[in-house]
Design a protein around this ligand. Sequence first.
Ligand SMILES: O=C([O-])CC(=O)C(=O)O
Ligand SMILES: [Mg+2]
Length: 244
Amino acid sequence: MTDVEVDKRTDVRSGLESYQGLRVTDVCDGMDAVGLEDMGQMSRDIRPLWRDTENFKHRIYGVAHTVRFVPTQRPVPAQTPEEFYEWMSDWYGQYAQGPIRDQIQPGDLIVIDGFELGSVGFIGSNNALSWIAHGAVGAVTNGGARDTDELIKQQTPVYSRYISRTIRPGRIELDATQVTINCGGAVVHPGDVVVADGDGVVVVPAAKAEDVATHAWRHATRDKEKRRALYGQVGLEEDWTVTT
Ligand SMILES: O=C([O-])CC(=O)C(=O)O
Ligand SMILES: [Mg+2]
């Protein structure tokens, strides 16, 4: 990491509210305006599990809180079902916690590098909801989520590449939290701003977050004005997307 601006690690939390109401496309356009063309674009196959077409509750923005899982090399012992339950819970506690719940801050957006980890669904309806309970706004991964029917019913904002099924013990381990990761081809530093909606996920470097929001709002404001006029022309009743 040599770029001085990236090195400075701006704290984005105080200005984070300026991202409220911005679309991913506005943020991408704002990135263009400050010379960050095509940076921070997560792969298009990282998609929301659900979309709320009324209030867009799936649309989230937050401070990147990163996690990386890797395949394990620890052998699974021969064990009885009773031993299995103890072994399983030990594995979660010792090897595969992540994110660490006590380290989650309000406004964090959990970003998990769990690429190519087979069928493992390390985001489930239980742990993802617990991250929300600790203040997170949602989770994004280049890997898999499970319990997806419940994640959808709970309206827990999760963006994943796969829908998966199996648990972590015997399969994957936590490598690190709050380190720089590659998620869907975008570099994510802890503390960057991450924005996700039906169009996908974009990562804004912390040092550029304020400028990008300012330019994104130029696009958003002009766009709302134009669409409001078009709503009138085609007889659409105004909704919050053209008024707020
Ligand atoms: O147990 C797990 O690792 C994931 C899961 O299913 C949940 O949290 O609901
Ligand atoms: Mg579960």
